[in-house]
Structures are given as structure tokens and as C-alpha cells.
Design a protein around this ligand. Structure first.
Ligand code: PEP
Ligand code: MG
Length: 568
């Protein structure tokens, strides 16, 4: 099968593909953000009240417009719009703006000054909180445009199909997208975990992020061919070839939409497909898909803003909501993976020099073991109350396990509570020591996001290092192979629950390496299942060999694509 990259090597720009699909349409740039005002004149004392009223009215208009859109949207998109509207009404931010106005600044400048202050605070907090600065800039720009009576920044009005280009997309813009018109997204900045990527996945719009400054040369109206799997943007595609690639892509999408589980290769080799969830809602959504259970419940995401540890009963109530979604199936709950890019106020260490290499995940429990035992009590309580027994046991795994001692220590605590005990393999040491770690455990699950970060010594949040933080890196695949080989020797089930499991092509390699279950965002599962149904186990093994033997990530992808294309 031809790909965009094959068509035109020299005119192809490259970013990080986050939602697959090929599209050919005119580019359109998002309506620019307003020029930010300078401090300017001081507003006379007697006019300051009117200035404050002007700000209040503009903020109210922006907030109610966002809320209206939130009511018209569904799922996470609705939540994002509601949350953005909530930020316009945030008391701290509004107070800071009003203080500026009372001090004599024009409302526009007071908005800029207050937002700048909040952006520095968010950036200092780091991690996921820092990613929310896009939302802050977004509300700033909307309120300023409203104060000036200008067109709202963001999505332009279009009448035909277009591919939307932007430096970065605000969550509010992405959530409001009409996907019949905006058939693809390309951003200069952003990363695979940004809001843009999360919502593009939910909307299932082909999307490329971190494309670099090269895309700025593309003008609105210019026809481009994008491939969301390869992350390529072709400015010089042959119209007939492009149309053919788009129709192949749409056919593939239709096959995916029709796919029904359980997943197996063409010759009947079963691979369990499970969902990654973060709360009751996402678990309920997963239950509507072909997911056979939950392979990763990221419990820390329930508590990102909790300043105090929830009680055992409160935690049990949260966990029950997830367990209830799959009453008769496997559910893997991960103990708190606080720290690094997921600071949990009541658990994380403050001010570490290198938080990704610091006291994160299970390491927190060394100093605060009660935090872990109370969480395990809560998981056991939720599980017992729902009558989950041998048919649907609750599995629990620890993040960031690095030694056999840690694995045993954790497993003992789980078993005392009747829970099935496992560990994530996401620190290279855990893979290398699999023969010592596995005898203590009932299962392992490979976290390819962190395994890649730590194997390649490259920060997973850095757009500049995206070429290294790629799970196709053969070094990562070799660690996965080693883990699978040891899993087979010790009869320990091996799953993968990082983003790698959501990549259909890579899923063939993981299957060939001997991975027993793949867990990913529930929206990604059908594409993985459909791909596996097209290949035999033998082809998967050949794909795995080709990837392991490649020089780098790009070569591994190309080699595997060649193996699969030759076989189907
Ligand atoms: C991983 O590291 O691959 C993983 C699944 O965990 P998280 O992304 O939550 O760190
Ligand atoms: Mg991880």
C-alpha cells in the first residue's frame, strides 16, 4: 500500500501523528489571536467602576458562549468547554484582573497582567498543570477580543471541507469542531498528550501535532495531503494519487467501524484488548466498546486536585464506579502513580530536581506506606462490596517498580487483601530483572510510555525529543521481547498498557513478541482489533523480528510495514 511519505519525499513536512487517517483538502489557518496591549494610559479614578463593568460584561459573554457550546457538545468535549468557561469565572483570576482595573489599568491590560501572573504560577507547578496554560491564554484572548469588539479568535467560518492549521489549538476550539467540515488538524506546537491530541482522538479527526515552524509557509487555500498515522504533511501531492489514498483510508475506517471483538489474528490467535480509563465515566464509555475489561485504571488522575487524602470510604466509592462498569471482567487498578508529570497535592514530593527520576509511583510508599495500604484497603473494600470473586477478580499493579524487593513487598500487601498482584514494567531495570521479579507476581504490564522515556533517557513531555520517545525504538522493543520471553518462562501474563498498544501496526509487533493483552484508550481498540484480524501469528512474528533488527524507529516502522503489506 502506498503512503503519503512514498508519494513525495522532498515536499513532505513531518510532525507527530496522533490520530490516523489520510485527508486531502485546502488548508485554513485559525483566526489569529489578538495583539496583546501594553500597559497604556492610567484610567481616571471616576471611570474605573465603568471599566470593571466592561470587563465583567465581556467575561460574562465569553463564559456564556463557551457554556452554550458545551451544552451542544458531548462527552469529554463538553467537559473541556465547561472547564474553560469555568476558568473565565475563576475567582482568583477575576480578582487579579479587577485589582488591576481598580489600580487604574484599562481592562484589556489588566486581563493580560493577571493572566501572565497565573501562567507563571502554572508553569512553576510543572507537569499536567503547566499544560493548562494554553487554556489560560485562550480565555485571555477571547476576553480581550470581546472587550475590543473584535471577531472571536479561533475557528474561522468555512463552507467546505478543510484541514485546520494552527500554532496550537485551544481546548475550546478543538472541542467545538464540526468534523464534517474540519477533516484534519495540524499544529505547529503541542504534544501527544496535549488537549488537542486528546480531543482529536475522541472526535476521531486525523491529527498531527508538533509539526514545527515549517508549516507556517503553508497559506490558507493551499491544498495539502496529511497522513495522521505517519505524521506527514505533503504540499505537492498528485491530485489523483491523493484522492486514491484518501479513499483507501476511508475504506479502512469503515472496516474499523464494523470490527467486532474479541480480538484475534486471522488464524485465531487470541489477544485480549482492554481499556485504559481514569474514572467511572471513561469506564462506562469503555463498556460500550469491544473492550474485554480494563487494563489500566490510572487512579492518580482521580485526585489531581485533592489537597487532602480522601478517606478509605471516599476512595472506595470512586473505585466502585470503575469496577461497576465491568462487573464480570478483568479490571486492573494501578496504585497511585503520583509525582513527575502527575503531581497529586496530598502525595507528591515538592521541589525535586528531577521529578521523573524522583520519588514517584511506588517510591512514594516507601516513606508513606499508609498511603498505599489505605488505597489497597479501599480497592479491596470496593471489590468485596461488589461481590467480585474468582470469576472477576480485581487485579492491582504498582507503577515504577525497579527491583525484585519492591515487587515482593507490594505483592505481599495485595495478597493480604485478596487482590491479584502485579507490577508495571516501565523502568528498564524491571525488564532486565524480570526473572527475579516475576516469581513474586501474578502478572506484569509494560508501560511503554515510561519504558521508552527511561530507556532513551528522553523526557516524554519534550516535543524536541519526540524522535527518541518513540516506542518503535528497537532498544525499547528489545526490552519488551526480553520481558515477554521471561513471562513465557515463568508463566506470567504480560500486557502492554502504554500508548504503543494503541498503534495498530505496532500491535502486530507486540503480538509477535508474545504480549498477551493490549490496553489502550477505548476509542483506539477497534483499529487495533481490525489490524490483528488481517494478519496471522506467523506474520506478527516476522514483523517482530524485522522491528528488533532495525537500526532505528523509522526503519523499524518501514520494515514492519513492508512485512505486513507483503502478507495481506
Ligand atoms: C506508561 O508509562 O506507559 C503508562 C501506561 O503509565 P503512564 O502513562 O500513566 O505513566
Ligand atoms: Mg508510566
Amino acid at each position: 500500500m502506498a503512503t503519503v511519505a512514498d508519494v513525495n519525499q522532498d515536499t513532505v513536512l513531518k510532525g507527530t501523528g496522533v490520530v490516523g487517517g489520510v485527508r486531502y483538502a485546502s488548508a485554513v489557518w485559525i483566526t489569529p489571536r489578538p495583539e496583546l496591549p501594553q500597559a497604556g494610559e492610567v484610567v481616571a479614578e471616576e471611570n474605573r467602576e465603568a471599566e470593571q463593568e466592561r470587563f465583567d460584561a465581556a467575561a460574562a459573554t465569553v463564559s456564556s458562549r463557551l457554556l452554550e457550546r458545551s451544552e451542544a457538545a458531548e462527552g469529554p468535549a463538553a467537559e473541556v468547554l465547561k472547564a474553560t468557561a469555568g476558568m473565565v469565572n475563576d475567582r482568583g483570576w477575576r480578582k487579579a484582573v479587577i485589582k488591576g482595573v481598580k489600580g487604574g489599568h484599562p481592562a484589556e491590560y489588566a486581563v493580560v497582567a493577571a493572566t501572565t501572573k497565573f501562567i507563571s504560577m502554572f508553569e512553576a507547578a510543572g507537569g499536567l498543570i503547566a499544560e493548562r496554560t494554553t487554556d489560560l491564554r485562550d480565555i485571555r484572548d477571547r476576553v480581550i477580543a470581546e472587550l475590543r469588539g473584535d471577531e472571536e479568535p479561533g475557528l474561522p467560518a468555512v463552507s467546505g471541507q478543510v484541514i485546520l492549521f494552527a500554532d496550537d489549538l485551544s481546548p475550546a476550539d478543538t472541542a467545538a469542531l464540526d468534523t464534517d467540515l474540519f477533516v484534519g488538524l495540524v499544529t505547529e506546537l503541542g504534544g501527544p498528550t496535549s488537549h488537542t491530541a486528546i480531543i482529536a482522538r475522541q472526535l476521531n479527526v486525523p491529527c498531527i501535532v508538533a509539526s514545527g515552524a515549517g508549516i507556517r509557509d503553508i497559506k490558507s487555500g493551499e491544498k495539502v495531503l496529511i497522513d495522521g498515522s505517519l505524521g506527514t504533511i505533503d504540499r505537492n501531492a498528485d491530485e489523483a494519487e491523493a484522492t486514491k489514498l484518501v479513499s483507501e483510508s476511508l475504506e479502512r475506517a469503515a472496516r474499523i467501524a464494523e470490527w467486532k471483538g474479541p480480538a484475534q489474528t486471522k488464524d485465531g490467535y487470541r489477544v485480549q484488548l482492554l481499556a485504559n480509563v481514569q474514572d467511572g465515566n471513561s469506564a462506562q464509555q469503555a463498556a460500550q466498546t469491544e473492550a474485554e475489561g480494563i487494563g489500566l485504571f490510572r487512579t492518580e488522575l482521580c485526585f489531581l486536585s485533592a489537597t487532602e487524602e480522601p478517606s478509605v470510604d471516599e476512595q472506595a466509592a470512586v473505585y466502585s464506579k470503575v469496577l461497576e462498569a465491568f462487573p464480570e471482567s478483568k479490571v486492573v487498578v494501578r496504585s497511585l502513580d503520583a509525582g513527575s508529570d502527575k503531581p497529586v497535592p496530598f502525595a507528591s514530593m515538592a521541589d525535586e530536581m528531577n521529578p521523573a527520576l524522583g520519588v514517584r509511583g511506588l517510591r512514594i510508599a516507601r516513606g508513606q506506606v499508609d498511603l498505599l495500604t489505605r488505597q489497597l484497603d479501599a480497592i479491596a473494600k470496593a471489590s468485596e462490596e461488589l461481590g467480585r470473586g474468582d470469576d472477576a477478580p480485581t487485579w492491582v499493579m504498582a507503577p515504577m517498580v525497579a527491583t525484585a524487593y519492591e515487587a515482593k513487598w507490594f505483592a505481599d500487601m495485595c495478597r493480604e487483601r485478596g487482590l491479584i498482584a502485579g507490577a508495571m514494567i516501565e523502568v528498564p531495570a524491571a525488564s532486565l530483572m524480570a526473572d527475579k521479579i516475576m516469581p513474586h507476581l501474578d502478572f506484569v504490564s509494560i508501560g511503554t510510555n515510561d519504558l521508552t522515556q527511561y530507556t532513551m533517557a528522553a523526557d516524554r513531555m519534550s516535543p524536541e525529543l519526540a524522535y527518541l520517545t518513540d516506542p518503535w525504538q528497537p532498544a525499547v522493543l528489545r526490552l519488551i521481547k526480553h520481558t515477554c520471553d521471561e513471562g513465557a518462562r515463568f508463566n506470567t501474563p504480560v500486557g502492554v498498557c502504554g500508548e504503543a498498544a494503541a498503534d495498530p501496526l505496532l500491535a502486530t509487533v507486540l503480538t509477535g513478541l508474545g504480549v498477551n493483552s493490549l490496553s489502550a484508550a477505548s476509542t483506539a481498540l477497534a483499529a487495533v482489533g481490525a489490524k490483528l484480524s488481517e494478519v496471522t501469528l506467523e506474520t506478527c512474528k516476522k514483523a517482530a523480528e524485522a522491528a528488533l533488527d532495525a537500526e532505528g524507529a523509522t526503519e523499524a516502522r518501514d520494515a514492519v510495514r513492508a512485512v505486513i503489506d507483503a502478507a495481506v
